[in-house]
Unconditional design. Structure first.
Lengths: 334, 331
């Protein structure tokens, strides 16, 4: 049914110019999410009149690692995969960067950041190669690699420790230009614009979506399914490394125990309008979904509601939104 | 099949490559038992004298709760689903009994815990069956809900305190004669029931049918939403029972007790030959898979490696076994 819906909306265009209506329709889910986000910000302001620039900055900083994790998961899911090892890859890249940067010069940290990004690509490539060449289902391979990368993180650092370069923390903390624009949000948008957008517009991006929506059709049109799969996991590794680096940057240390990032990233991807069957969605939806989930938690603290109920709310929102989404889909199919 | 016709020699069928493939595909229990034997021999080689009736009892005692959770995964995977809420449900049910037992007595506490588990399973089943939400998402969302509510409950009951009932400790941790774990008394009837349901009942056939081809099973008149609802209720109640055994085994009542068993339960089902894509698998393989994982974990800890190396080897072995299995069974 997803394939049918895709071909229906993706009718051939004579020019590369798109009408405003098409753009709106194609991104309806993301626009809806943006609307919810704005609404939530207004609600937050009403609940807590003191919520201002400081609150927005705190939100952006706390959201940064999970936002990158959600982008990483999106890359894997778009090509009809799923990466359960994202949390572990984040732990590994975080401890590697923290242990290398401790007590070293600020300039050396630049090398460390570049090295860790390459490390992310490499471990992602290992995941991808295992998925592509063993033909074991993605979920099983990445489930097993979750243990491998988490173990590797423990080898690097047995307990939370290490350090972070000052400039790395500086990139994420504080505002830029106006009080209302946190640096962390700018960083997120810039990274996505530099890494994701060019890929999305290239052959590789098209291959990613093609393999996700129908591997057989993609194969017959001359797309290498094997290499596209590996590439999608490399991207997931790269964004996991970015998530790990932002963990180190925002907390100042590296923690070898993976946080709840993997499952939250799956939740964010689904809420962000990316189909688990692959081939549909983009990276901005999941990122906005992450911000919304985090803001709901903040609001519930303002309202003096038990944070555990916030976990319940996140679960209910996840289930509820997906239910409504598939109900609409079922109606349309009928 | 063609390999048999073209084979020039008169070797028995099982010695040919196709024969071995068929053996792995149709009777995964045979190679799995072989692998288990190799692992037991390996344990003996690494630590001479370790393999004893008592050691076997400890292994089985550890594998039993994992095998129950893996049973949840096997049954849901047969329908091309998965149940990621078993860890949260198992922890919750063990914790619920430990906090309630002082007030209500043991039987009522057990019934309440199982009823709550069944409600979780019902919601999972309705979501997956009626609303067609991907089971991964449905059960993941419900595990968040269960964990959050369990935490709230913990705060409410923080003054009354909690304690694992001694009966649970006897069943979960004791061994008869030093080598027969008591938890087998719970497990054997459950395992027989699961195998009977999967192999001998219409419900079991429907699980395979839905996983194999949902459209075809629907066109043949199967009401998949009813089947899935019942399936997820069963799965959640089994997880509840596993939670009792876990809390008895560890003498701990915690809302995150069984979380660490979630991913190994998926791994045990996969190693046991259940296809995550649905339609293929059996509980006998899963039980051996759970035993294999327990023995591997014990070997890794007896080698004296640090936790880090153990995790790396554990993950690598799962990939290796799954890859070997896929390579052998697919032509």
């Amino acid at each position: 049914m997803t394939a049918a819906a895709d071909t229906a909306s993706g009718r051939p265009r004579s020019s590369t110019r798109r009408s405003f209506g098409t753009v709106l329709r194609r991104n309806s889910w993301t626009i809806g999410l943006l609307g919810i986000l704005v609404l939530l910000l207004v609600v937050t302001r009403i609940i807590q009149p003191t919520y201002g620039p400081a609150g927005v900055q705190g939100l952006a900083i706390s959201v940064l690692p999970l936002a990158f994790a959600a982008v990483a998961q999106t890359c894997a899911v778009l090509a009809r995969g799923i990466d359960l090892s994202i949390g572990s890859m984040m732990a590994l890249t975080s401890v590697v960067s923290a242990s290398l940067m401790e007590d070293r010069s600020e300039g050396f940290a630049i090398l460390v950041v570049l090295g860790v990004l390459v490390l992310g690509l490499l471990i992602g490539a290992v995941n991808g190669a295992l998925v592509a060449f063993t033909r074991v289902p993605d979920i099983v391979v990445t489930l097993a690699m979750l243990f491998v990368w988490a173990g590797a993180a423990l080898l690097v650092l047995n307990t939370p420790g290490g350090g972070s370069a000052d400039w790395l923390g500086g990139v994420t903390r504080g505002p830029l230009l106006t009080q209302w624009l946190p640096k962390a949000a700018v960083l997120l948008v810039v990274v996505i614009a530099v890494v994701w957008v060019p890929i999305r517009r290239s052959r590789l991006g098209l291959a990613l979506y093609a393999v996700g929506s129908d591997p057989l059709a993609a194969f017959r049109s001359g797309v290498s399914v094997t290499w596209t799969k590996i590439f999608s996991y490399m991207l997931a590794g790269l964004f996991s490394a970015l998530a790990g680096l932002s963990l180190t940057a925002t907390t100042g240390i590296g923690t070898p125990v993976p946080g709840p990032y993997t499952l939250m990233s799956v939740a964010a991807v689904v809420l962000g309008g990316v189909s688990l069957a692959g081939g549909r969605g983009g990276v901005f939806g999941p990122v906005i979904a992450v911000v919304i989930l985090s803001l709901i938690r903040t609001d519930m603290t303002f309202l003096n509601i038990d944070t555990n109920l916030a976990t319940v709310a996140q679960g209910l929102i996840l289930v509820g939104v997906v239910m409504v989404g598939s109900l609409i889909q079922l109606r349309r199919d009928r | 099949m063609s390999a048999v016709d073209t084979a020039p020699s008169r070797r028995p069928r099982w010695m040919t490559a196709a024969g071995i493939r068929a053996l792995f595909r149709e009777r995964p229990i045979v190679p799995l038992l072989g692998m288990l034997t190799i692992l037991v021999i390996l344990s003996e080689v690494i630590r001479p004298g370790i393999v004893s009736p008592n050691w076997a009892g400890v292994m089985i005692r550890g594998a039993v709760p994992l095998a129950i959770l893996a049973g949840c995964q096997t049954m849901t995977m047969l329908t091309a689903g998965i149940d990621l809420s078993v860890g949260a449900v198992a922890s919750m049910s063990g914790f619920l009994v430990a906090t309630l037992v002082a007030d209500t007595g043991l039987p009522a506490a057990i019934l309440i815990a199982l009823a709550v588990s069944a409600v979780v399973g019902f919601v999972n089943g309705i979501g997956a069956g009626v609303f067609k939400v991907h089971p991964l998402i449905m059960t993941l969302g419900m595990s968040l809900v269960v964990l959050g509510l369990a935490n709230v409950w913990q705060l409410i009951r923080v003054q009354t305190g909690s304690g694992v009932p001694p009966e649970f400790r006897q069943v979960g941790a004791n061994m008869i004669g030093g080598f027969i774990p008591v938890n087998l008394l719970v497990f054997i009837p459950l395992a027989l029931l699961i195998m009977f349901v999967l192999n001998r009942t219409g419900f079991g056939r429907l699980l395979y049918a839905i996983g194999d081809n949902e459209v075809a099973s629907r066109l043949s008149g199967a009401k998949s939403w009813q089947v899935l609802t019942v399936l997820y209720i069963i799965s959640a109640m089994l997880a509840g029972v596993a939670g009792f055994l876990y809390s008895g085994l560890t003498n701990v009542a915690s809302v995150t007790l069984a979380d660490s068993a979630l991913l190994p339960s998926v791994a045990a089902a996969v190693i046991g030959g259940t296809s995550i894509l649905g339609g293929r698998g059996n509980y006998s393989g899963t039980m051996v898979g759970a035993l294999i994982l327990t023995v591997i974990a014990s070997i890794l800890s007896s080698l004296g490696y640090p936790e880090a190396v153990r995790q790396i080897l554990f993950g690598s072995m799962i990939v290796f076994v799954a890859a070997a299995y896929t390579r052998i069974t697919t032509d």
